[in-house]
Write a protein that binds this ligand. Structure first.
Ligand code: NCD
Length: 365
């Protein structure tokens, strides 16, 4: 894991399309592709200049200031999402490729929707229908896609560190959409945004500066979870207190350097939590028997109705999906109003619009 604040990029070179895109559209005129008329989001983002970060591989690439910047941009795109035509021309002429070497429902669709709402062209690579099944290497695959002329590559891979290797092979901006057990930075960003949104609603519209004062528990298979690694970095960067709750076999061998505390006893801490963040057991990554049974896990660590009743009345329930109902969460709790799971998915689109714009933005909506 990189140290917080280190950048993986060297700077964004404006592309030759900037001059054309830089011509402001007349106020109120519809975009040729059907995008909505300029409004508050355009005002906020006008003149936006992409920072000196080309890739997003880890939450640490952004640091606290970068995370807050993505939150601010997401607010602007949330306003776009409410429009009758939720689309802006910000990335017109740019191409975003999604390269998923592992299954995905929400992350891939969310990135593709985000890119389309920014008017980018989208290229989709799916492993089952590609030459990868004929034995083509990752390097040859990504170099082939890059050679078609893309601006960003959103990559998911079963090997931790694969997106970092890809940055050596392609000219495009690389966005990590989940690499092995390492990181899943955009999931952490949408999680921060979702908590911030819930706090804002609770405070009659006053946006909190960060997540200070919150106690957040991440419960479950921390050892194999890239979501946990990214969330710990993001929640801690925004000042939250993070507690990891898991059986010892599902915690990393060492937590040295992690800004967290850890416990094996969910029931002793559940009443103090502001957010409970549940994780799926990553069965595909276990490789050995680490649990007596899933029933036993549910009994000791699952968010049952009884445990949900022991939460503070305004505590938030979160999960990155896919949920395995009856294991880490009981079906009725998953559907309770305190559960933000659908809100997380919804916010994923605006946060990924913010990430794509942050990395590729031409400065013009
Ligand atoms: C997660 C992932 O793939 O890391 N899903 C997601 O992207 N929302 C979590 C998981 O698979 O359990």
């Amino acid at each position: 894991m990189r140290a917080p604040g280190t950048s993986t990029g060297t700077g964004v070179t404006p592309d030759t399309g900037d001059a054309e895109l830089g011509t402001p559209r007349a106020t109120g005129s519809p975009d040729s592709e059907g995008a909505s008329s300029p409004g508050a989001a355009e005002d906020l983002l006008a003149g936006y200049r992409a920072p000196a970060v080309r890739h997003l591989l880890s939450v640490a690439d952004l640091g606290r200031d970068g995370i807050l910047e993505i939150m601010r941009l997401s607010d602007a795109f949330a306003e776009v999402a409410e429009r009758p035509i939720p689309k802006v021309p910000a990335l017109r002429g740019r191409t975003v490729a999604t390269v998923f070497m592992e299954p995905s429902t929400r992350t891939r669709l969310s990135f593709e929707t985000a890119a389309k709402r920014l008017s980018a062209d989208v290229m989709t690579f799916t492993v089952a229908t590609s030459a990868s099944v004929k034995g083509e290497s990752l390097r040859d695959t990504v170099e082939t896609i890059d050679a078609m002329g893309i601006d960003a590559m959103v990559i998911r891979h079963h090997a931790s560190g694969a997106p970092l290797r890809v940055t050596d092979w392609v000219g495009a901006s690389v966005i990590n959409a989940g690499d092995g057990t390492h990181e899943h930075p955009t999931q952490a960003l949408l999680d921060c945004y979702t908590i911030r949104e819930a706090l804002t609603a609770r405070r009659d519209g006053e946006v909190p500066a960060d997540l200070r004062g919150l106690r957040i528990a991440i419960v479950g298979d921390i050892k194999h979870s890239r979501v946990a690694r990214s969330d710990v970095l993001a929640f801690a960067a925004l000042g939250a207190e993070v507690v990891l709750v898991a059986p010892p076999t599902l915690l990393p061998a060492s937590l040295e350097g992690w800004p967290v505390s850890a416990t094996g006893d969910l029931d002793s801490t559940i009443g103090d939590l502001d957010v409970i963040y549940l994780l799926r057991i990553q069965s595909e990554r276990l490789g050995e028997v680490l649990l007596p049974s899933l029933d036993e896990y549910h009994w000791r660590y699952g968010l049952t109705r009884a445990r949900a009743d022991a939460l503070k009345p305004d505590a938030l329930i979160m999960h990155p999906g896919p949920m395995i109902r009856g294991v880490e969460i009981s079906p009725e709790v998953a559907d309770m109003p305190a559960s933000l799971v659908t809100r997380q998915v919804r916010n994923g689109v605006v946060v990924r619009m913010a990430v794509l714009f942050h990395l590729l933005g031409s400065g013009v909506m």
